[in-house]
Design a binder for this molecule. Structure first.
Ligand code: SF4
Length: 704
């Protein structure tokens, strides 16, 4: 950390990593960020975690793309074979005009030859709201369909499906900071100390001042040290356990009759459904003692105010939507929505996954979750957008469905902005083969990612600290990101690249700045009422909904009813669906995947950050010490993990928090890519893959 006198300027922006949305002050010298401090944003009050404080230097890494690249005519066959520091045998540098002509020309040729559906797009939850909005508009208006998606499909799509179905809104009902007013909080399938570290500081404070923290997870996540109850249930048994908790609440008459009567529907069906889920019947399935299930039920139902937080341990299952339905039902039956200290809060992953979804970067909804199947909605957007070819009443294909359509030959070209499906998709070899099959792939990114390995044209983009734009965090707080340094070489801001591409595709787009885009978004998004670019610039953050130009926004929503018919939320009973793959003699253990504190998602940023990569330089997995002993592997030795889809060799760590029949593998490391192993089976509602459960064989390996 430098001396204040040593810097040229300070710029206030937002951390580009997780959905907490910490505000940062970037200290700049000679057009380089030299250090970062936390500032008093609504979500972080000056706090930062290791990624926010030290993980900024990837933006100055020598691997940054500085000029557009075009695949050479004599390049080897497409594959994961490009060195990001030495790519001249595969790609040649080009000027922007040639690269844009090649990028747009290839997409337009496919559109003209085979129709718009021959081209699909993946946008990014790492870009701004304005960029997400432009991206979905380009695919819809430029190609006439809804085959556009982004990584929300891989994280909270099932949570959003359940929330939309039962609450009428896909966002949180209360900010995480509301835990300050709660008596009890359930944390299920989440690991905030590693994945939402600054939010975790509020959760720890809550427990330290006497709040009851009930942690439920198949892994003994870090917050267990602060928990009044730690329910380490068997993987995949979430619905059974949650139904048993609700069974007790019904059986003992602990539910909130007044609330249920006033604000909900389908209660009788829920009650009936829960009858068979006695703690005694469920205990053997989930591995939790009946008495503990009863105790947790009584504590949650007996509290004045309770919150429920969940993460991808809930959502990334083929029963992910059912998991969320249970959590919604639990909150509704205890009246824990719409009042201080109460609410439903799926902890969003990426810094702007909430905002990108709000902006319509999803195949079933236009901005503000307005259905693509609604004729009135489509014509309203056509009116805002002006002339264009968009009138598709069919829900589009999702991330993994698009890859299947590439294999089927239906999709032949793609535009991918800031996503890395060659690392992030389940059964990733399937995705890599799809990328290799594409006749024309345009990738826009800041690094030559694994996905860019397969590109025909690569457009060099801006890192978050190099551009203007808004992002929306897990709390529904819309915040202003500001440029601190200039993009390297000829790299450009993403919104400007997308606009030029659209113009070259024949669209009549005319935006001078992200502020122009935001102004257009407001025309079709009521959620942005009373939130202006000027306000965001001066206040830094406004929570939606904001009820007046002076209102900082509503931390808690739905106190007087829900955005559903008659203002009522709905109970949707959830039955037990077992995981798609059961362990057997060949694959006797359970693989679960996730993140770790120092590395972010596919590692393209954090593995290029000096501090973060120094702390956590090598691919690793976690196994219980007893499992390591059984395998004859010392901590720090190597294991081979094999599933029905592939095999990786990785260094093993001892971790008592992992059950003896499980292995935890982070997905940030290309050299031991977790998604070579994962199961692509999908939740039928949210279309989210089952990243959290695959049958696996673990064997001792001598070395890499
Ligand atoms: Fe950034 Fe999230 Fe850490 Fe905050 S908690 S500093 S937003 S990574």
């Amino acid at each position: 950390k430098g001396d204040r006198a040593d810097i040229d300027r300070e710029v206030q922006s937002v951390c580009p990593f997780c959905g907490v949305g910490c505000q940062v002050s970037l200290k700049v010298k000679a057009d380089k960020v030299v250090y970062v401090d936390g500032v008093d944003g609504p979500a972080n009050e000056g706090r930062l975690c290791v990624k926010g404080r030290f993980g900024f230097d990837y933006i100055h890494h020598p691997h940054r793309l500085t000029r557009p690249l075009i695949r050479r005519d004599d390049a080897p066959a497409k594959g994961l074979n490009v060195d990001p520091g030495n790519f001249s045998e595969v790609f040649r540098e080009a000027n922007w005009d040639e690269a844009m002509e090649r990028a747009a020309g290839g997409l337009a040729r496919l559109r003209d030859e085979a129709g718009g559906r021959a081209v699909a797009g993946f946008g990014s939850a790492k870009c701004t709201n304005e960029e997400a909005y432009l991206f979905q508009k380009l695919i819809r208006q430029g190609f006439g369909h809804n085959n556009v998606d982004h990584c929300t499909r891989l994280c909270h799509a099932s949570s959003v499906a359940a929330l939309m179905e039962n609450v009428g809104s896909g966002a949180v009902t209360a900010t995480f900071n509301e835990i300050e007013h709660a008596d009890v909080a359930i944390m299920i399938g989440c690991n905030p100390i590693e994945n939402h570290p600054v939010a975790a500081t509020y959760f720890k404070q809550f427990a330290k001042r006497g709040g009851k923290l009930i942690v439920m997870d198949p892994r003994g996540v870090g917050l267990r040290r602060f928990a009044s109850h730690m329910l380490q249930f068997r993987p995949g048994a979430d619905v059974s356990l949650l139904n048993a908790i609700m069974h007790v609440i019904v059986e003992e008459g602990l539910y909130d009759s007044q609330y249920i009567h006033r604000f909900t529907e389908n209660w009788e069906a829920e009650k009936e459904h829960l009858k068979t889920f006695t703690p005694e019947a469920v205990s053997g399935i989930c591995g939790i003692e009946p008495q503990e299930i009863r105790e947790v039920a009584r504590i949650f139902a007996g509290a004045k105010a309770g919150m429920i937080f969940w993460g991808m341990g809930v959502s990334q299952h083929i029963h992910g939507t059912d998991n969320s339905r249970c959590l919604i039902s639990l909150a509704l039956m205890t009246g824990n929505v719409g009042k201080p200290g109460a609410g439903l809060h799926p902890l969003r992953g990426q810094n702007n996954v909430q905002g990108a979804s709000d902006a319509g970067l999803i195949p079933m909804f236009l901005p503000d979750y307005q259905s693509v199947t609604d004729d009135g909605v489509r014509s309203a957007f056509n009116e805002i957008w002006g002339a264009g070819g968009y009138d598709d009443a069919q829900k589009g294909l999702t991330v993994t469905e698009i890859m299947d359509a590439v294999h089927a030959g239906d999709i032949r070209g793609m535009y991918i902005l800031g996503e890395n499906p060659a690392m992030s998709d389940p059964d990733v070899e399937h995705a890599r083969e799809a990328l290799a099959r594409l006749e024309h792939l345009v990738v826009q990114d800041i690094f030559l990612t694994e996905t860019a390995n397969y590109a025909d044209v690569i457009l060099p983009a801006s890192a978050f600290y190099e551009k203007s734009g808004t992002v929306t965090n897990t709390n529904r707080q819309v915040q202003m990101g500001r440029p601190a340094v200039t993009p390297p070489g000829e790299a450009r801001e993403d919104w400007a690249i997308t606009v030029e591409l659209a113009q070259r595709l024949g669209l009549d787009w005319d935006y001078a700045s992200p502020a122009d885009v935001f102004a257009e978004m407001k025309q079709g998004m009521k959620s942005l009422n009373n939130i202006s670019w000027e306000r965001l610039n001066s206040e830094g953050a406004v929570t939606y909904p904001s009820l007046s130009p002076e209102d900082p926004g509503q931390a808690i929503v739905f106190g007087d009813g829900f955005p559903r018919a008659e203002g009522r939320a709905k109970f949707t009973p959830a039955s037990v669906i077992p995981p798609d793959e059961a362990p057997d003699a060949n694959y006797p253990m359970i693989l679960t995947t996730g993140r770790q504190l120092e590395h972010w998602h596919t590692g393209s940023m954090t593995r290029r950050s000096k501090v973060l990569d120094t702390v956590e330089p090598e691919a690793n997995c976690s196994l219980h010490p007893a499992t390591l002993q059984r395998l004859g592997v010392e901590p720090g030795g190597y294991v081979r993990l094999t599933t029905r889809r592939g095999s990786v060799t990785v260094m093993a760590r001892a971790d008592r928090a992992v059950a003896e029949d499980m292995v935890f593998l982070p997905f940030a490391y290309v050299e031991a890519a977790a998604n070579v192993l994962t199961n692509p089976a999908l939740d039928p509602y949210g279309k989210i893959p089952e990243f959290k459960f695959a049958a696996v064989r673990v064997e001792k390996a001598e070395s890499l």
